[in-house]
Write a protein of this length. Structure first.
Length: 262
């Protein structure tokens, strides 16, 4: 599975301070720790703490790509902020994210094409968060229809069914797993699927246990990628073991070590 590290985000106090003070060392250490934990890409977000995201996003991009060539997932609700990051990116990029609203798609799909970037499409519209599987699939279909019209490659699209916290939307979680399964057959070729894993445990006490349990269930449902904390050793080991049981890796007594070295 394609792991995107979530920790370079201005919502975390250490990164917010690093952005404010332009402290490269803190950001680069966080990047390297996530890569060591198993991250295949790194999510970069200025968060709400940034007073000047149009400057801070390219600073983050340049700071991280000084020490790694891993793909960078540029995370902002403002397309102008994302483009400032794309302008200086030398690494491969992923835009995080577009909704299913036509006005967002009209901006972000051309932006992804212009910079040869992949794109995350979240199944949300101006009407709000979908409440069931059928609504999620309808919004996913809207995104797919639009990118097909614009000749954007389906294999460069990640569809996000929007994971909700278990303590406020427990009844939606089964639907989300079913949505992941059905997104794999919604088109040919299939789009990639992705979730923001930490959302499921927001406001709960047993965050680690909830995260890794849902992740294993999502991977078994066909999930391709997740934005998560790769420094959570138990989470990553649960993921490795899930893929082993699904026959995606060959068993040996040291299979966790072997996975990390491949």
């Amino acid at each position: 599975m394609f792991i995107i590290g979530e920790l370079i985000n201005g919502m975390f106090s250490n990164i917010a301070l690093a952005i404010k003070e332009h402290d490269k060392k803190t950001v680069q250490t966080c990047a390297l720790e996530q890569i060591s934990g198993g991250a295949d890409a790194l999510d970069l977000s200025c968060g709400t703490a940034s007073k000047n995201p149009l400057f801070d996003m390219p600073w983050l991009v340049e700071t991280v790509q000084e020490i790694t060539d891993k793909p960078l997932c540029l995370d902002s609700s403002k397309p102008a902020v994302i483009e400032e990051g794309l302008k200086v990116a030398k690494n491969k990029t992923i835009i995080n994210s577009t909704t299913a609203d036509p006005e967002k798609l009209k901006i972000l799909v051309p932006l992804a094409k212009k910079y040869n970037s992949k794109l995350i499409g979240i199944t949300i519209s101006s009407k709000g968060i979908p409440q069931n599987k059928d609504q999620r699939l309808e919004l996913a279909a809207d995104i797919l229809e639009y990118i097909n019209q614009e000749d954007f490659p389906v294999q460069d699209l990640y569809l996000d069914p929007v994971v909700m916290p278990v303590n406020v939307a427990q009844n939606q979680l089964k639907d989300i797993l079913e949505t992941i399964r059905e997104l794999k057959i919604i088109s040919e070729p299939s789009p990639n699927t992705i979730i923001g894993l930490s959302n499921i445990s927001q406001g709960t006490k047993l965050r680690g246990l909830i995260n890794r349990t849902f992740l294993t269930m999502a991977v078994a449902s066909g999930l391709d990628s997740a934005i998560l904390n790769p420094k959570d050793k138990e989470l990553i080991e649960a993921l490795i073991t899930t893929e082993l049981i699904l026959n995606k890796n060959i068993y040996c007594d040291s299979y966790i070590e072997a996975y990390r070295k491949k």
